[in-house]
Design a protein around this ligand. Structure first.
Ligand code: 13P
Length: 244
């Protein structure tokens, strides 16, 4: 597995269910031009499964990630993609437990933990997403919710060398809203230092990251990188985020 601690920053693009062959070819062309290979910055592209192999063939200065993986290893699970298949085409990372999957596909913490564990068994670093809803934030439940999600979604075979946490407040995803820099720092410090047995996991921030806020967010000491949705679909924006 990659030694993820050697990276000073991790910048991951989650394309969600967007893109096409034409989009990808244009994106990668322009990414290759601008993304001077910096061995301390880890750039990860997570395309829809169907395009993974097309992206992976061109991945000489970025890593390939999945957006999800199956609960199962192999067999009669129509439509599913296993972690071993992701490994087979060169994936080194896999997002698990994204709030869209938790909400729209009924993924529980237990299921997220199995997916993270399957990823690890196949030499893939899981990026385990956690985050509070707006109602939970308003009720001052953020830290309680995050601690519970982390304890239940991170499996026993995880440690701070093989697993990444992504803090993605649900209310910040795709809304243009973000927590203040102080709030991000406070939450990241909480995640990294205050949950017993889960200390010092590399922690990414996600939720309305753009070229206009990425520099400030990545300057925060407790932030190890960003997980970018909408702005990762615009190569000009994404190149700016990479160079911030
Ligand atoms: P946006 O950057 O579009 O808010 O999405 C964040 C996200 O969900 C990344 O996984």
């Amino acid at each position: 597995m990659l030694e993820i601690h050697k990276f000073s920053k991790i910048i991951a693009a989650n394309w969600k269910m967007n893109g096409s062959i034409k989009f990808i070819d244009n994106f990668i062309d322009q990414l290759n031009l601008k993304n001077n290979h910096n061995k301390f910055v880890c750039t990860i592209i997570c395309p829809p499964f169907i395009y993974s192999q097309h992206v992976s063939k061109q991945s000489d200065n970025f890593y390939l990630g999945g957006q999800d993986c199956s609960l199962f290893q192999e067999g009669s699970y129509t439509g599913d993609i296993s972690a071993s298949m992701l490994n087979n085409i060169g994936c080194q990372f896999c997002i698990v437990g994204h709030s869209e999957r938790r909400e729209k596909f009924n993924e529980t913490d237990d299921k997220v933990a199995i997916k993270a564990s399957n990823s690890l068994k196949n030499n893939i670093h899981p990026i385990v997403c956690v985050g509070e809803t707006l109602a939970q934030k308003k009720n001052n439940q953020t830290k309680e919710v995050l601690a519970k999600q982390i304890r239940k979604s991170i499996p026993k075979n995880s440690n701070n060398k093989n697993t990444i946490i992504a803090y993605e407040p649900v209310w910040a995803i795709g809304t243009g809203l973000t927590p203040s820099l102080e709030e991000i720092n406070d939450i990241h410090n909480f995640i990294k230092n205050e949950i017993q047995d889960y200390e010092n996991f590399q922690t990414l921030y996600g939720g309305s990251v753009k070229s206009t806020n990425s520099k400030e967010i990545m300057k925060i000491n407790s932030v190890d990188g960003v997980l970018v949705g909408g702005s990762s679909l615009d190569i000009m924006e994404f190149n700016k985020i990479l160079s911030s």
